[in-house]
Design a protein. Structure first.
Length: 704
């Protein structure tokens, strides 16, 4: 794609417009134009020449300069001088910081072994280099405990790979051709805003929009049909739909015969799920389940646009597996813009081994800790215990589940904690050493997307503030401080980009660093309808309704619905005490905990909120604007109630994530959430969460 050059004038001699790419954990990975005056970013806008960004950004990144220049910005290395959690620090030099970290790491390794050190990171940036390259090399070389990065998409990703073999779906730009778009478990307006105009264009061309979600958010209200299942019951709905498709012979038998395996197993399974049974589980009328199946069969092209919300349950893997199988029955993969899309992250084929160098690990490989069980790891793990944690690209004090247990671990005086961060987050308060990190405007990165199909290059548009360094440079410095002499620790960011592009994948053919510097954004060489004629990445090469690999792992080789661990069906005694199912989707103005300290975004978001159905509110004498206590056995948090038709009775929604320091009682929503891994991939179960709600006194001080 050719568009605005990396740098241009905007008509004023003292303002230069430079290109950047949004780094945040979002489907859209937008191309940005940054107006720079006297070395300072003064305005940010969407790139009008980018075919997906189309000239606009979301409400969060439209004022990205406010994050770059926030008063909370970490500018220099600091060490703790007060009690853990008090947030008392003094400035130190980089030399002192690196010497201290290296000395502590060496001492811990000598006494406990390298597995006593734990890296903790996720997608504070989704850039290829800053997310996972030099940092992985460093911790592999150390021999540290490995982190299973599961907090967002692990269950769904494992599920898709078990059915399709690769995380891939239709090109989202082709969805304008669809006659039916089913948005299932994703708030596209808040979390994937550039999907919305594609949907609207498809509707102008005659498409029907169905939204399946417990939460009646804006897109659900504007849809042609909103279907609101009970949280965590989506697999039962999918099984009911497939029952109807098989019963009515609404099947593409040629596609099934040519490109799938295990149909007979699936047919026997879905025979057990007539619409009446699915209706009893989901709360969706049996006639509506039949209507959904008929609408899917009669619409070509049709696409299931699925999100990560529905897989954040203890049964999240089986949920995504069931939904993912539907287009294989009806042959909707044949159509451009049709099929199923959860993630397109498998559409790039980057050379991750060259970036991360797993060959640097000792043999046998070190143990693994699931990141959603951080509290358990810090308070219970032995042989050896975790004695040091290094946090970057994440804010676990806010975002990790079962927050009380996480904070108990971070408060240990014998735990050496290092945080590399852009802003002084909740997690920084618990650190021994805080290091300054660059923002996307100050470093180089190679950007892909898990939604659209463009590789993009980000280069600095301003000089780093203070003494901030990118993740790549931090781990080069730490490698030198630890005495590592392997040549790979001297690779530059440009070297890393070339290595990432060196996989030989046909999708990347012709895409080079030099070409990216010229064009900035290039579409991968991938078929628009990737499974029109099979070509799945499974062991059989077919779409697998029956998985031998899952059978060998002790999982259901077909698919089944199991109630969420905390639900009326899954734990009736617990539900009697805590009768409200709480889901915690993304707030419109925050991205997880990112942007949640910025005054503009907090003002627009309003207050830490819980949306209650009128039936539940009336039973508790709660009105809109009242403050309430939301609690379960894990903890308690105070939120402001809004009453309306947001959900079925018995279901509440709390948009997240507010920093704890801005919450009325100094704790966040994740004091309530479950840290039990999902059924596949070790994924998070944030939405499997029973609570009780009762009136509470208003906070003495405003929440911000």
């Amino acid at each position: 794609m050719r568009g605005t050059k990396p740098e241009s004038r905007n008509g004023s001699e003292d303002v230069v417009v430079k290109r950047a790419v949004c780094p945040h954990d979002c489907w859209d990975t937008c191309s940005m134009l940054v107006h720079v005056k006297d070395g300072r970013a003064v305005r940010v806008m969407g790139d009008p020449d980018h075919p997906v960004t189309r000239g606009y950004l979301c409400v969060k990144t439209n004022h990205y300069e406010e994050r770059v220049y926030s008063p909370d910005r970490v500018l220099y290395p600091m060490k703790r001088v007060g009690p853990k959690g008090a947030g008392q620090f003094e400035r130190i030099s980089w030399d002192e910081a690196l010497t201290t970290i290296a000395a502590r790491f060496r001492a811990i390794i000598a006494e406990y072994g390298a597995e006593a050190i734990l890296p903790y990171s996720y997608a504070g940036t989704i850039g290829t280099l800053q997310y996972g390259s030099m940092d992985r090399r460093f911790f592999h070389r150390v021999g540290a405990t490995r982190l299973q990065r599961t907090i967002c998409s692990a269950a769904g990703s494992a599920a898709v790979k078990s059915v399709l073999g690769v995380r891939m779906g239709p090109d989202p730009e082709d969805m304008v051709h669809a006659k039916l778009i089913v948005v299932w478990g994703v708030n596209v307006i808040s979390s994937n805003p550039h999907q919305w105009p594609i949907i609207q264009e498809a509707r102008r061309r005659g498409a029907t929009l169905v939204v399946i979600d417990p939460y009646r958010y804006k897109a659900a209200r504007e849809a042609d049909w909103h279907v609101s299942p009970r949280p965590g019951t989506d697999a039962a709905l999918a099984l009911g739909i497939m029952h109807v498709l098989v019963r009515e012979d609404w099947l593409d038998r040629d596609y099934i015969e040519r490109y799938t395996t295990g149909f007979d197993h699936l047919a026997r399974k879905v025979a057990e799920w007539p619409p009446e049974r699915a209706a009893a589980v989901t709360g969706i009328a049996a006639d509506d389940i039949v209507r959904l199946a008929r609408l899917w069969w009669e619409s070509r092209p049709a696409v299931l646009r699925v999100g990560y919300g529905l897989q954040r349950h203890t049964n999240g893997g089986s949920t995504v597996r069931a939904i993912c199988m539907i287009p294989g029955l009806t042959g909707h993969w044949r159509d451009r813009g049709g099929g199923f899309l959860l993630s397109n992250s498998g559409s790039y084929g980057l050379n991750s081994d060259a970036l991360e160098r797993p060959d640097l690990m000792p043999t046998p490989a070190p143990r693994t800790v699931n990141m959603i069980e951080l509290g358990k790891a810090l308070t219970e793990l032995q042989d050896p215990p975790i004695k040091a944690i290094m946090v970057y690209n994440s804010n676990p004090a806010s975002v990790a589940p079962n927050q009380s247990r996480v904070l108990a671990g971070l408060s240990r005086e014998d735990l050496f904690t290092v945080v590399h961060e852009q802003l002084f987050t909740d997690t920084c308060k618990w650190a021994d050493i805080v290091l300054p990190a660059t923002t996307q405007f100050e470093h180089t990165d190679l950007m892909t997307s898990y939604w659209h199909l463009y590789v993009q290059l980000n280069e600095p548009v301003i000089e780093p503030l203070g003494e901030a360094v990118p993740n790549t440079e931090l781990f080069r410095r730490l490698a030198r401080a630890m005495g590592f002499t392997e040549p790979c620790f001297s690779d530059s960011d440009e070297d890393l980009i070339r290595q990432a592009l060196s996989s030989g994948s046909p999708y990347l053919e012709g895409i080079t660093l030099e070409r990216l510097r010229e064009e900035r954004s290039i579409k991968v060489n991938r078929p628009a309808a990737p499974f029109a004629e099979g070509g799945f990445g499974t062991p059989s090469g077919r779409l697998e309704f029956y998985s031998e690999a899952l059978a060998a792992a002790g999982l259901d080789p077909v698919v089944e619905y199991t109630p969420p661990a905390e639900s009326v069906d899954g734990s009736p005694e617990l539900a009697a005490r805590y009768p409200i199912a709480l889901i915690t989707p993304a707030a419109h103005h925050f991205l997880n905990s990112t942007f949640a300290n910025l005054p503009r975004m907090m003002e627009r978001e309003g207050a830490p909120t819980i949306y209650l159905n009128p039936v539940d509110a009336e039973a508790r004498s709660i009105r809109s604007g009242d403050w309430v206590r939301v609690f379960n056995d894990r903890g308690s948090v105070r939120l402001q109630a809004r009453v309306g038709d947001w959900s079925q009775p018995g279901v509440a929604i709390s948009p997240t994530i507010w920093w704890s320091r801005f919450m009325p009682d100094g704790v966040g929503i994740n004091v309530l959430t479950l840290d039990q891994p999902a059924d596949m991939g070790g994924g998070a179960s944030f939405h499997t969460n029973l609570v009780q709600v009762e009136p509470a006194e208003p906070p003495v001080e405003p929440s911000r």
